[in-house]
Design a protein around this ligand. Sequence first.
Ligand SMILES: NC(=O)c1ccc[n+]([C@@H]2O[C@H](COP(=O)([O-])OP(=O)(O)OC[C@H]3O[C@@H](n4cnc5c(N)ncnc54)[C@H](OP(=O)(O)O)[C@@H]3O)[C@@H](O)[C@H]2O)c1
Length: 307
Amino acid sequence: MARLGSGVNSPTASPRLPRTSASVDIHAHATGGLIRIRFMAPTQPLMPGPPHQPHDNRLVRVAVVTGGGSGIGRAAAIALAREGYDVVVVGRRLDRLQETVALGAREGLRLAAELADVSDPVAVQSLFAGVKAQFGRLDLLFNNAGTSARAVPMEELSYKQWNRVVQTNLTGAFLCTQQAIKLMKTQDPRGGRIINNGSISAHSPRPNSAPYTATKHGMTGLTKSTSLDGRPYDIACGQIDIGNAATDMTEPMKGGVMQASGAVEAEPRIDVEHVARAVVFMASLPLDANVQFMTVMATKMPFIGRG
Ligand SMILES: NC(=O)c1ccc[n+]([C@@H]2O[C@H](COP(=O)([O-])OP(=O)(O)OC[C@H]3O[C@@H](n4cnc5c(N)ncnc54)[C@H](OP(=O)(O)O)[C@@H]3O)[C@@H](O)[C@H]2O)c1
């Protein structure tokens, strides 16, 4: 199996390895159905990581960010890499993943890309097997990949449309969590953190959003179960519930989206960097402390106050 950033991400690599921008190089090559992006980028010395990080003496801290080719996933992946993580971004569109890797490479950050559909159990298993083989451990999983269905009355939704959202938002997060737990509970030092991307829709629906709302409520259950079941193994799990970050997904809000009253109104959105900073904060805590739930939302969006 090809190594990601071999010689850079290897657990035995020196954290003080001098890095030069001249070594920036991205190669894509197919390996067993997965396409891996090799990177040799760093231009700065490794950042020491947050002061309360419990494993300061580790040579590498490894994060997997699903949906890392766009929006919140991309911003969070780059923000985590700035904190010193080696970050594997995951998604189905190679060009978008490559863009994230290249954006990070410009700053000398350590990112790598893996093509995987999170709703495919075989692809997910292969993804985490690759992480284990190449990095030896996993410190953080950000279950961020998500999608929604057309905003139509639920009686008009097809089974396929319903299932695509469930498979991505809930089953995908579950499959990644399963694999992450297997790694985290057996690695040395033991443990790690899982951050689930919920939503304001984990609390309250928008009109015609049954699959999205149901899966985001389901995510809250997965978060709580993972917190409880991970407890004996030093695995912390928290959830970030976001309201109206400016990404592809919320683009229609600029033009107006249907409110509970039936009126169509534009809604305020917030810079995705605010979300990335929140994810970094959640990730920065030592494993004996946890942000169980955090809501980051546009101050004036119609949520609090029932509109
Ligand atoms: N933006 C907001 O205000 C907001 C609010 C609440 C919650 N969220 C949540 O935040 C997460 C990210 O959304 P976003 O706003 O950043 O929108 P986005 O840019 O559309 O991001 C969604 C990401 O998920 C990936 N993805 C979708 N299906 C996938 C699959 N089957 N396997 C692997 N990756 C998949 C997509 O990549 P590929 O298409 O390349 O696979 C894409 O990178 C979602 O879970 C969303 O529900 C966002």
